[in-house]
Design a binder for this molecule. Structure first.
Ligand SMILES: *Cc1c(COP(=O)(O)O)cnc(C)c1O
Length: 408
């Protein structure tokens, strides 16, 4: 297998990959069945520690539950980060079950139901308003419950940041309120019985370019300073979103986190402290915190040749790890880092396609990958599977059983 930065830091003993210090074949026995996801608690803690070391002390670090809402992962993170970002009532419940203080939870996302908003108001979470109508619904719910809702305004920025994998701000968007309309909303909020705490801006996900992230954070802060004079109260909360990327493909280079940290420190000093002294910046990350901590483990069921090509068929597939298969036929499909976890490197290399067990040609987990002569029973590991894996995949597609998940 060609070397990939994703594998740095994974230990190997006697040619077997270790997850959380446990040899993969032993872990598979303990879990009892393949396929499964395994998340390494130390790698998650190390990643948070690295973020803490690099981000300015004044920055609050939150975890975005949708990247991986496994309750054990959330519980582990509850002791490491300052709060959670949730995007559904279910995620709100999982977050509350960890014992985190409700005011350390923010609730974002378009299309929140009255039931969801009511629960968020009742618990005292910060609701990130995505529209004028949502602001009015939240106020009405607060009146009915006799509780002042705590709200922030999600802004759709008036700038576009190029270079992120998935744009979530700028131009026309279903997210947030267009920056030029925010003063009107703020005036309306001033007449409502709500507690306004600040703003949320999120420019895009899976960003590997520190300069692009730095530029987006700088422009976001300048935009908020311009809006601050229209606010019904001081800005105390300034959520700059997530979006730090991780390297999936061979040409990807890891994000230069130091550069992001230096830039943020400069912004705190030159913009935040002089203009919004009461504001605290929140960075809320999903993928960057858990993505590299997780592996998806499958077992080889069959090996066959077809007209010159060798296929290795495994017992998992796109129904559990959709993104690794190429998201239902994305334009250019590229391989996630992949290995034989029970035999890291011994055996003569062989170029194969690793396919899943679903009856569709889209179920491809590795194309023309070099693996050491894979055999039936070997454990095929997909790395970078800790974020947007199981809960972002079509698990009902073809009706196979759900995989196990473990945190070790
Ligand atoms: C998804 C999401 C995040 C996390 O995004 P990552 O790219 O995983 O860091 C943060 N905030 C909000 C509002 C989100 O929807």
């Amino acid at each position: 297998m060609s070397h990939h930065p994703a594998l740095d830091g994974f230990e190997i003993a006697d040619d077997v990959l270790l997850i959380g210090g446990i040899p993969l074949d032993r872990l598979a026995e303990r879990v009892g069945s393949t396929p499964f996801f395994a998340y390494d608690r130390k790698r998650i803690a190390d990643r948070v520690a690295r973020l803490r070391a690099v981000l300015p002390k004044a920055v609050r670090l939150a975890y975005a539950a949708k990247a991986n809402p496994m309750p054990a992962v959330m519980q582990h993170l509850a002791s490491l980060v300052d709060g959670f970002d949730v995007a559904s009532a279910h995620e709100l419940s999982v977050a509350l079950d960890t014992g985190v203080a409700p005011h350390e939870i923010s609730f974002a996302g378009p299309g929140k139901t009255d039931a969801e908003l009511g629960r968020a108001v009742a618990t005292g979470a910060t609701i990130e308003l995505e529209s004028f109508l949502e602001a009015r619904r939240v106020t009405a719910l607060g009146d009915r419950l006799g509780i002042r809702p705590r709200v922030a305004v999600r802004i759709n920025p008036d700038f576009v940041v190029r270079g992120s994998g998935m744009r979530m701000g700028g131009g026309s968007q279903q997210f947030g309120v267009d920056a030029e309309c925010v003063p009107d909303l703020l005036r309306e909020l001033g007449t409502m019985d709500i507690e306004f705490v600040g703003f949320h801006v999120f420019a895009g996900s899976q960003n590997l370019d520190a300069n692009v992230i730095a530029e987006a954070q700088g422009k976001s802060l300048e935009m908020v300073v311009r809006l601050a004079c229209s606010c019904p109260g001081p800005v105390r909360y300034l959520n700059l979103g997530g979006g730090f990327g991780i390297p999936y493909f061979n040409k990807d280079r890891p994000l230069e986190l130091d550069r992001v940290g230096e830039n943020l420190a400069g912004l705190v000093e030159t913009i935040l402290e002089p203009h919004m002294p009461e504001a605290r910046i929140t960075i809320e990350l999903g993928r960057y915190i858990v993505g590299e901590s997780g592996v998806y483990v499958t077992r080889v069921l069959d090996k066959k040749k077809s007209r010159g090509k060798t296929y290795v068929v495994v017992d998992g597939g796109m129904h559990h790890q959709l993104a690794a298969s190429g998201n239902f036929g994305q334009a250019i499909r590229r391989n996630y880092p992949i290995a034989l976890g029970n035999r890291m490197g011994c055996g003569s290399p062989e170029t194969v396609d690793v396919v899943g067990c679903l009856c569709t040609p889209l179920d491809l987990l590795g194309q023309d990958v070099d693996l050491p002569n894979p055999q039936v029973g070997d454990l095929v590991v997909l790395f970078q599977s800790g974020a947007y894996g199981l809960t972002a995949s079509p698990t009902a597609f073809l009706g196979h059983p759900a995989p196990a998940e473990c945190l070790v």
